[in-house]
Write a protein that binds this ligand. Sequence first.
Ligand SMILES: Cc1cc2nc3c(=O)[nH]c(=O)nc-3n(C[C@H](O)[C@H](O)[C@H](O)COP(=O)(O)OP(=O)(O)OC[C@H]3O[C@@H](n4cnc5c(N)ncnc54)[C@H](O)[C@@H]3O)c2cc1C
Length: 303
Amino acid sequence: MFREAILGAAESPQLQRFVRRHGMRLGASRFVAGETLDEAVPVLRGLNQKGLYANTTLLGEGAGTESETRAVVRAYTAIFDRLAAERLRVNVALKLTHLGLAFDEELALANVRELVAHGSRRGSFVRIDMEESVHVDATLRVFRALRGEGHENVGTVLQSYLYRSPGDLESLLPLGPNLRFVKGAYLEPRSVAHPEKSRVDEAFRRLVERSLTAGGFSAIATHDEALIAHAIAFAAEGGIPRSRFQFQMLYGVRAGLQLDLVRRGYDVLVATPYGPDWYRYLMRRLAERPANVLFLARNLVRR
Ligand SMILES: Cc1cc2nc3c(=O)[nH]c(=O)nc-3n(C[C@H](O)[C@H](O)[C@H](O)COP(=O)(O)OP(=O)(O)OC[C@H]3O[C@@H](n4cnc5c(N)ncnc54)[C@H](O)[C@@H]3O)c2cc1C
């Protein structure tokens, strides 16, 4: 209910105007590493210095024209160059709607192909995020096309709230894929996604178990300590080496848990986005946790 209310309210133009104007000062910077790459680089370096891996994202989704998508490609090309020049252990996660998927799948494929090839030259990796359920088929088609062309430095995401994800996982396993597992962050109808949190959690557990058993690389992206503990125990019992999986969390969320896992010898990657277009990303983070809305509200009162 809370999640629906926040994600619904996020569409209000008045709220958008207010949050865009004041949000960074009110606390959006807890979740976003700045508005420019120059601001993000020291944050990314700081994470690496603590023993964490990171990925970065130029925030934005739903580009409307081909020329907008070409600007995004140029920006990511510069990001790869900068990450390599700075010798950071940081790769890239991007959204296909930022590259044109919502209006031209071929364009999105051409754009992401160019970026995956450039990332490979810079020794980097591209994670294709998963967006609303209407984009899942096209996203998986693009991922398969890239793998079919021989690109190995690319992975994508499966969302455990979707009924279809176990089937998608089975169909991807022959590729030995690099997959990130998440619960899912969008407002989806009951016809496509489990409405009950307990079922989403159970589905997450099963997807991770299946992926760990089957091969490929599993990025276990959650802050849920019970699911993390389960994955650790499951991998240990099955003799699955730590090199075959990684934990992933969001910048600004459960930083203590991230470091604790590193101390225990697990790889942890912190998803650390930046950019001026942070509004929708912030609203999804607020929708995940009532306390985050209070956090922003407290900063508003303190101003
Ligand atoms: C690295 C990474 C990449 C992601 N990529 C995608 C993607 O491509 N597509 C997609 O749909 N979703 C993505 N997500 C978001 C994901 O779907 C969930 O919405 C999000 O991770 C919250 O779910 P949870 O697994 O942490 O579990 P929850 O059950 O929501 O939370 C478990 C606990 O984690 C903490 N927590 C969770 N979220 C927050 C928060 N925002 N602020 C503070 N504490 C919090 C709380 O302590 C909470 O009790 C990604 C998440 C991560 C970590």
